[in-house]
Design a protein around this ligand. Structure first.
Ligand code: SAM
Length: 203
């Protein structure tokens, strides 16, 4: 006697006509929702990429009195030059945050070439969502409205005593402790205080 063969239920191959009609729409939807390759994705920058010249980077780090033991964050770090110099020349540790994957790749390569990869790292992230609560120094080269939008987060997340150095743009009503010129550029320094937190932490 022949063993009983397992046969496939023919209904398993049956696609109801109504569902079959919807298949192209469904495939289109799935394609539209599928993530694009990184290089095709649109990078939603709040600020265009304009690097700070090296001599100005050095002046910014001196203004912020960056030294060994400091933890510096550059929010919108571009090719990482501020973080790399802070580690290489001033002995600090640092983190760069940028929303553009190309910049993060360049920053990592620059850190590798400078031999400071063990003391810096770079995060691909929107700076408004970044965690920088452990910073002792923050550097910025953004835009006036972006500085203002970031001000409450800086004042909420940063500890009293943290220095903030901004290339070119101020913080509106929160007046800097120092303002210096580096050729035609203006550099600003603030120190986070309880008073500034109370006054500008919510606006
Ligand atoms: C003017 S560049 C400054 C680069 C670097 N800090 C310097 O001084 O050389 C601004 C950088 O911010 C980045 N950026 C713009 N919007 C951002 C955002 N929402 N989050 C993180 N990075 C952003 C850009 O990709 C660009 O690299």
């Amino acid at each position: 006697m022949l063993p009983r063969m397992k046969t496939m239920n023919p209904s398993a191959l049956f696609v109801p006509r109504k569902a079959a009609r919807r298949l192209p729409v469904l495939c289109g939807l799935l394609l539209a929702l599928a993530p694009l390759p990184a290089q095709q994705e649109e990078v939603r920058r709040d600020v265009p990429y304009v690097p700070t010249p090296s001599d100005v980077v050095e002046t910014m780090l001196k203004l912020g009195e960056v030294k060994k033991g400091d933890i510096l964050y550059d929010l919108g770090c571009g090719d990482g030059r501020i973080v790399v110099m802070a580690a290489q020349k001033f002995g600090a540790r640092g983190t760069g945050v940028d929303i553009d994957p190309e910049r993060i790749k360049e920053a990592e390569e620059n850190a590798r070439q400078a031999g400071v990869s063990d003391r810096v790292h770079f995060i691909l992230k929107n700076l408004f969502e970044a965690d920088f609560h452990d910073a002792t120094v923050v550097t910025l080269y953004l835009l006036p409205d972006v500085n203002l939008k970031l001000r409450p987060k800086l004042l909420k997340d940063l500890k009293v005593g943290v220095r903030i150095v901004s290339h070119q743009f101020d913080m509106g009503e929160w007046k800097p402790d120092k303002e210096i010129k580096a050729d035609w550029r203006t550099l600003y320094l603030w120190t986070v205080t309880e008073k500034a937190k109370a006054e500008f932490g919510d606006k």
